[in-house]
Design a protein around this ligand. Sequence first.
Ligand SMILES: Cc1cc2nc3c(=O)[nH]c(=O)nc-3n(C[C@H](O)[C@H](O)[C@H](O)COP(=O)(O)O)c2cc1C
Length: 163
Amino acid sequence: MRNKEANKKGALQPSPKVLVSCRGLDGEDNALVVGYCGNCSYAPPMVMVGIVPTRYSYKMIKESGCFVVNLADKNYQKTFDYLGKVSKRDADKLKEMNVKVEDGKVVNAPILADCPVNIECTVVDSIVTGSHEMFIGRVEYVHADETMVDENGNIDFSKINFM
Ligand SMILES: Cc1cc2nc3c(=O)[nH]c(=O)nc-3n(C[C@H](O)[C@H](O)[C@H](O)COP(=O)(O)O)c2cc1C
């Protein structure tokens, strides 16, 4: 029986949890865990990520106008947990976890090379929804592990062991 009112916060589930990587104007790299995210257009392809303004990464994305969404699998659990708990304000997170980064192909942001899928995005708009600012990113390029992409470029997401 659905006769009890439940909490409104984060009510829409299940929701993906991703790693968003970014680069500041001074060239420093960072990444954080984001749970407020999703696809928001297929023509043109767009995704959105919600960043709380107090995050160290917020200013980096706001100023650079780009970010990368990295899909992580279970092998990445330890790094994922650390990146979602510690702020760059307190530690050079990527260095601490020996995270392998490569430059984006299109945007000026790092991609996390050990994640099976990396989605390069340019910010085209943002909306302050409340606690989060939702950055709308035009998808510029999607990198995927060759073992999970078919001849039409479709990713077989069942091959990713999501956390
Ligand atoms: C499961 C999970 C989901 C999270 N979702 C978000 C989110 O949607 N937006 C956000 O700004 N922070 C989110 N965080 C918190 C940030 O990842 C965390 O505060 C991080 O340390 C910020 O790093 P930074 O200050 O270096 O940018 C989440 C953390 C976890 C563990």
